[in-house]
Structure formats: C-alpha cells, structure tokens
Write a protein that binds this ligand. Sequence first.
Ligand SMILES: Cc1ncc(COP(=O)(O)O)c(C=O)c1O
Length: 398
Amino acid sequence: MLEIGKDEAKAAARVVESGLLFRYGDPKTGHPNECANFERELARKIGVEHTLLVTSGTGALVCALAGMGIGPGDEVIVPAYTFIATPLAPLTLGALPVIADIDESLTLDPKDVEAKISRRTKAIIPVHMVGLPANMNAIKRIARRHQVKVLEDAAQAFGGKYRGRWLGTVGDVGVYSFNYYKNITAGEGGAVVTDDDEMFMRALMHHDGGLSFWPHGKEFSLPVVAGWNYRASEIQGAILRVQLRKIERLLRRTRSQKRKILAAVDKHPKLRAIKHHDLEGDCSTVVGLRFRDEAEARGFMDRLKKEGQDSWTPIDSGRHVYSNWEAIMGRRGSYHRALDAFKRPENRASKARYEPDMCPRTIDILSRTVFLNVHPRTTAEETKKRIRALEKAAESAC
Ligand SMILES: Cc1ncc(COP(=O)(O)O)c(C=O)c1O
C-alpha cells in the first residue's frame, strides 16, 4: 500500500451516508455509481476499451480466463514465481496450470514458455512481479506463433508501463489486484481490462450471474451463461477513484529514488542489479540485486542490516514460490473429484509436472536475489543513506 488517507475516507463516507452501497442501485435516486465511474476513469487513463471492477485480483483472473473460454482439457502457462492465485485461477475452471521457470528478470522466461507449450496450451500468464515488467514482446511473439492468448497478471504492478503502454494493456487481457498490499488499494478489489468485446462480455457475465436482472446491467450481445459473484461494492469504487488519481505522482517518486540507487549500484564493482525489461516503466517499488549464490546474498543482507537497512530475498516469500503451493504440489484441485482439474479425464493426457524440485533455476535465482523496498515517502536523504549502506555492505564482503 503506497498512500491512503483523508480523501479516501471522505469518498467512502459519502457512499455510506448516501445509503447506496450496491453498484446496481435504484436509478430513481440519482445513484452516484462509483464503480461505473471508476471503470470509465480507469479505461480513459490506461487507454483500453473495456474495464470491469471486481472483488479481488483472483476474481479478475478467473473472470478473464472464463472470458477466454478456458476449461477442462486446457493448459495455462504460469511462472514459478507468483502469488498462488495465478495458478489457482485456471484450476478453478477445470484447466491445468503449467509451471514455467523465471529468468534473471524475476519474470516468466520466454525460453521455458516455449519448452512448456503443448497443443493443449490456451493461454500464457506473464506476471509483472513486484512491479517489474515481464518480457512482453518475446512472450507475445511466442503466443502469436502458437495461437494462444496472453493474460497479463499485473496484480502487483498497477501504474507500471512496458514500452510506453500501461501494464495490463499489452496482452490480450490484463488483471489488477487492489488488495491492501498493492499500488492502489481499497483493502480488497481487482479489475479486468481488455479491448476484446466478446472476451469482455463473457468475463462480465461470469462476474455476476444475476447481472441481467439489474436495471443497470449491460445488454448482452451473447447468450447469457451461468456466472458467479465477483461484484464490487460502491465503497470500493469510491475509494479506488481517489487512489487512481494518485498513482502517477506516487510512482514518479519511487522511480526517482530507484534511479538514484541503481546509478550507485551500476558504478560499484561488487554490486549487480537484476535484469530489467523496461526500467522506465518499472513501478520501482523494489530495487533488485543479484548475487552469485544464496550464501553471498544472505551475507549481504546481514551486513546491510548492520548498516541499518532492511532487505529481503524472494525465496523467503512463501506464497509466491511454486514449491510452497501445497494444494498444487499435492495435486488437490477441489474437494469434489469431478471438479478437480488434476483428476478430470480431459486433463489426463497432460505432461505437466508438479514437484517441488521441478524448477531448480527459479529456486536458484530467487535465493540469490535481494530486494530493497522503495516507498513514495522515501526521502532523498534516506536514499543517500541507503546508498552509503549498500556501498559499505558491498565493500565489507570477503
Ligand atoms: C501476482 C498476483 N496475482 C494475483 C493476486 C491475487 O489478488 P487478490 O489478493 O486481490 O485476489 C495477487 C495478490 O496478492 C498477486 O500478487
């Protein structure tokens, strides 16, 4: 979470005082319709045709995959470093997540995507982890060649860009999360964004099975199919409208601090930054350093700590490392056998593997990477101090 305060509190209070908390409220009351306004404002800002606010990033992933018509017999390629929601989303629909390695950029390795593509693959999900843009051009080229869709998981990267385009709008469809830990937040929330009319219509129907009954529900050009409920509340919409106006200012600050830190890293003979696919577009909420091995990385973290600076290594981030995804490693997709993608007859022919040691490269990269968090409130003075600490920690290496 980057910044939240009085303006968001006022926006939420306005909705509560109006008593109109439901996004498809009574049109006679002059309902302010915060969710719909957020969707319009988001679409305008990121330059995309369709946007849908939903209850979570996980919900957004499921709706996007439903919009693509993904289901049993299909495979979806996901990176080995992401929040567990990314592989859970295809499982929810009966499809199999196929886990591919990351590369030195900490995002999906196009070479391993190519190796894991099968005739069952229907989509690839690059994830812009900790605000770092994935190698979208390479992934899109592979997707085009194999005629599969690209779903960008930009849950951790709202506000980031790739070659000038907002992350989430570079693939066929994109999703964001607005949970408490994200660049903009309403505590919980998510969004689906796309230019594809049909995909959007199906995602929209999946997000609210009762949509056609509400006076503000959209008119459908496709037959109505059974949906679920990922409907956002007006309080989420109101808070996110305020957050949306702040994002560029907040990321200007993180980018300026990260640029200074990286300039010092580049000059130092013992420090090496991770690989970036678009440094300008990077959200810059972390600075990543790479080391030869885990021992070197942990030694550096200890020395940095002695210099008064916190850092962390992604191998310790539990839920984001594939080997810790208990339900997936244990091939338990549902309580009911018929709903369990791992047991569905259509999926039996899949060659996908689920073993904690199957992506050693990912484990190696994660365990020798060190991250430092950057916050919009980090001052220039603090950045200077941090640079001095980095240099000292590097110099005291044996
Ligand atoms: C990469 C990634 N994908 C998806 C999600 C799911 O978002 P949510 O928690 O809003 O369901 C998250 C949330 O942490 C995430 O980090």
